[in-house]
Design a binder for this molecule. Structure first.
Ligand code: AHG
Ligand code: MN
Ligand code: MN
Length: 335
């Protein structure tokens, strides 16, 4: 007999009292993300059987080839949010600009905007390796009832009211925070229900895993090379072990459970880094801090950065606090 677990639906209702402005709107919003996650999960699970693998034939605003599943996941999350009229704006890694959602009377009275990386780890789609979805939620700062503006999306990460991810892995999990710790829910595919399986997730203070694409070693700044040498040194607690899936969501999820650091630094090939501040780094940093970990751009907290552009990229060092602290001491000498 399975242990009685709380469902995600029950958890959302039970925890509504934690929200600063508890009108039920944020709960409904998380509920529709839950629904979209189940739909995308269904498609990801049978991806090899239907014509959804491979490239869509287009590139996104950042010049990256879009995969069919990128486009599919983007459409599913967008329609789940738009049809239910629960947000006033959406920004997506796969869209050129943010989307303004017009309500019934042509002016939207909803308070929240959602920023999303609908399918993270695109390069893993065709080879049956886990991928994910990342989301980030803010309260708008411009007046309700008017069309959303760029400043509603360009808020610092520390203004997030909720953030999370779905990992479509050996099992599918939805992990999220509303600023009161991090909780993980596993999908029972037979029932189509998420159950609380990982309450109050915490990064171990330190760990033995470092995750970075070492193929770019020659292009890394000296401080990153120094940190990698530190990870590889023969010492009492080292060498660490290297694990890199190439899906941020999956690498982060593993490191949060086992203890580790994830790094996507600047390099001579990617002078700003690769990962996107709004769709990837801010939500991941919020989760990291809520789970007792850290996230920096090498110098300062990711959550303190003031975004200037929707598709802005930043370097990221995130994970167990002692490991991120050490990387900062080797890398983060202000130049
Ligand atoms: P996306 O699929 O949303 O474009 O993100 C891919 C990201 C991230 O998930 C991953 O960690 C990283 O790109 C991998 O990049 P490299 O192949 O350069 O290591
Ligand atoms: Mn991504
Ligand atoms: Mn993506």
């Amino acid at each position: 007999m399975e242990k009685r677990h709380i469902t995600l639906g029950e958890f959302i209702i039970d925890n509504q009292k934690h929200f600063k402005y508890s009108s039920g709107e944020l709960s409904r919003l998380i509920n529709s993300i839950r629904l979209a996650a189940k739909i995308v999960n269904h498609e990801v699970n049978k991806a090899g059987l239907v014509d959804i693998l491979g490239e869509a034939g287009d590139t996104n605003i950042q010049g990256e080839d879009q995969q069919k599943l990128d486009v599919y996941a983007n459409d599913v999350f967008k329609s789940a949010l738009i049809n239910r009229e629960i947000v006033c704006g959406i920004a997506s890694e796969e869209e050129d600009d943010f989307i303004t959602i017009q309500g019934k009377e042509n002016c939207n009275s909803n308070k929240y905007v959602v920023l999303i990386d609908p399918l993270d780890g695109s390069s893993n789609i065709d080879v049956n390796v886990s991928v994910g979805t990342i989301f980030s939620i803010y309260r708008r700062i411009t007046p309700e009832g008017t069309p959303v503006q760029p400043e509603d999306f360009l808020q610092k990460g520390n203004e997030q009211v909720a953030a999370g991810y779905i990992v479509y892995g050996t099992s599918t999990m939805l992990v999220y925070t509303t600023g009161h710790g991090v909780n993980g829910f596993t999908l029972n595919p037979a029932l189509g229900t998420f159950y609380l399986s990982h309450p109050d997730m915490q990064f171990p203070e330190t760990g033995k895993i470092y995750s970075i694409n070492e193929g770019y070693y020659a292009h890394f700044p000296q401080g990153v090379k120094d940190y990698l040498k530190y990870c590889q040194a023969e010492e009492e607690d080292r060498p660490y072990t290297s694990r890199y899936i190439g899906s941020l969501v999956s690498d982060f999820h593993r490191n949060m459970i086992k203890g580790g650091i994830y790094i996507y630094p600047t390099s001579s090939k990617a002078p700003q880094g690769k990962l996107r501040l709004l769709y990837e780094c801010n939500p991941i940093a919020f989760l990291a801090e809520q789970a007792n970990g850290k996230a920096t751009d090498g110098y300062q907290r990711i959550l303190d950065l003031k975004p200037t552009e929707l598709h802005q990229r930043v370097p990221i060092f995130c994970g167990s606090s002692i490991m991120v602290g050490k990387s900062r001491s080797l890398y983060g000498e202000i130049p």
